[in-house]
Ligand binder design. Structure first.
Ligand code: SIN
Length: 285
């Protein structure tokens, strides 16, 4: 399908756009690739509906945008080590869902994934929407004084609350339908700048999140908490977000460098299955 048939329509003021006129099961020609990549960088998260993808075509699509990112701690799909099946069974009630809580994917890695592609295979009749928030707006709407204070500051990120030896999955609180293997590696810490510059757009984005950011460099956790809580509440103000209602065959592709997302856990008693790949990223600067 050629570039001319593509349409991109924003779904919210802050970020997010729905793209029509592309069949993602076919290899993307150069023009289509450029249009999709452009929409991805401009809107932070883009959505496609009614796509028919196999694990193979999902991976081919993902690979167009860069090499696969790592898939630490989570058992991947049999035969497809690049795909995480994000599943919550109808019997998985009163558990923490995978991706619940505002985060940027695997920000505890030295090189967190630049983007993620999530494909809906089975969706509940209601609920299970996903929210995204723009970290460009979150940064831009801070006062000049706070922007200056954050300039040059680094924060410690770690997977420990989820994947560490004392984390959610180690204590049995995580979703049962997925196999997550917590370990000491989950307790590791990595430093990233609190304000990062997006390598493709050149814009500055706030780079902290509610799940993996633990404290500021050189500050205690107690000292860090009030400011981290403030920044996180600010960053997820409703006017900085968009919300996507999934349908079977929909695919979302988001930019982890300038967004956070949160999978809403409001469909106990119903099944939801999504397939996720990530695209390798660079060390944030
Ligand atoms: C994720 O955080 O990758 C999962 C998002 C979702 O299931 O909507």
């Amino acid at each position: 399908m050629g570039h001319n048939s593509i349409e991109v329509r924003k779904i919210a003021g802050a970020l997010g756009a729905e793209v029509t006129g592309v069949d993602l099961s076919q290899p993307l020609d150069d023009d289509t690739y450029a249009a999709v990549r452009g929409a991805f960088v401009e809107h932070g998260v883009i959505f496609f509906r009614d796509q028919v993808l196999t694990p193979e075509t999902h991976k081919r699509l993902s690979r167009c945008f860069g090499p696969f990112g790592e898939t630490p701690f989570v058992k991947t799909m049999p035969g497809h080590p690049e795909i995480i099946a994000v599943i919550k069974e109808a019997s998985d009630v009163k558990t923490h869902n995978f991706g619940g809580g505002w985060h940027s994917d695997f920000s505890f890695l030295e090189r967190p994934p630049l983007g993620s592609l999530l494909y809906a295979r089975d969706v509940p009749p209601y609920g299970g929407d996903t929210l995204w928030a723009s970290m460009y707006l979150a940064y831009e709407e801070l006062s000049d004084g706070l922007k200056q204070s954050l300039e040059g500051l680094k924060a410690v990120h770690s997977g420990r609350r989820s994947y560490g030896t004392q984390g959610l999955f180690a204590s049995g609180g995580g979703v049962k339908a997925m196999t997550v293997v917590p370990s000491e590696a989950g307790d590791a810490e990595i430093l990233h700048p609190v304000v990062r510059t997006h390598p493709e757009s050149g814009r500055k984005a706030l780079y902290i999140n509610g799940v993996y950011t633990i404290r500021f460099e050189g500050w205690t956790e107690a000292e860090s908490k009030p400011l981290l809580d403030y920044l996180q509440a600010h960053a997820t103000r409703p006017e900085f977000t968009c919300r996507f209602r999934w349908s079977k065959g929909a695919l979302a592709m988001w930019d982890n460098r300038c967004t956070q997302h949160n999978a809403i856990n409001d469909y106990d008693g119903q099944r939801r299955e999504m397939h996720r790949t990530t695209i390798e990223g660079e060390r944030p600067v």
